[in-house]
Write a protein of this length. Sequence first.
Length: 262
Amino acid sequence: MIEFKAKYGEWGIIFGATDGVGKAMARSLAERKLNVVLIGRRTEALEALGKELVEEYKIAYQVITEDLSTDLAIERIIEQTKGLDIGFVSYVACLSVFGPFYEQTWEQEQQMININIISFMKYFHYYTKLFKEKNRGGIINIGSMSGITGAPYIAQYGAGKSFISKMTEAVAFEMLDTNVDIMVPILGSTITPSFLKSLPDTEAGKAALAAAMTPEECMEEIFENFGKKRSMILGDLNRENAKAMANQTSDQTIEFVGNLFK
Ligand SMILES: NC(=O)c1ccc[n+]([C@@H]2O[C@H](COP(=O)([O-])OP(=O)(O)OC[C@H]3O[C@@H](n4cnc5c(N)ncnc54)[C@H](OP(=O)(O)O)[C@@H]3O)[C@@H](O)[C@H]2O)c1
């Protein structure tokens, strides 16, 4: 655990730390003795998490209340953390709006583009350059099985997750001859507040819940493999599903996924 901090640096930043996967990521870093910058829109919940981590792991924390779908959010975060020895960053936040593409407003599409693509790219570009210059650092960008399959009714989300995965895999390769580790863990159904809120009350919803992983299980696999693998599907079941899909046409895969949400 202590070696992690010695290898990467004093502070970790979690972009989307308030609950679910981001909260588990913050806890995993604190466990490894990194101080954490917790970013999200809900200040009170972030402060409560920070205090909990200080109590449990004797680390320091900073809360930045920021909406990653707004202009210049990443620039403001960079400015506010300039004095810190940043050694690790993770982009967890994302936005999906459920429903057919033709029913969504352009404002909704734009908001998703801002958080899932533009802020992600600004963040990834800045920290990749910074860590390359220091020849030290770790980056984890959270991916999704939807990025592999495509995702009817959350079409832009699926496409955005695919974008994040492909960007991360390619840049991780470019950084292989540095001391910077970059990874995209690909998550399937994971029991978080937003997952539970979006779960349809159908047989497919029940099956998804029964097969879902906890954020803690995800973190265990992520940190077991960080620095060794650059892209990995988490969970035996998700890996088996991906193997089965490899023998199908894209049309078959999309039909299967689409019918789950129809
Ligand atoms: N849960 C699943 O089944 C599942 C499956 C596959 C992949 N994933 C991936 O796992 C990651 C986390 O998912 P999740 O289910 O834990 O929850 P989530 O709803 O994606 O939220 C994660 C965190 O992001 C923050 N956030 C959301 N919008 C934000 C914004 N505009 N600005 C700043 N922060 C924002 C939220 O805090 P605030 O509300 O305080 O802003 C929250 O802490 C995502 O990348 C998702 O794609 C999840």
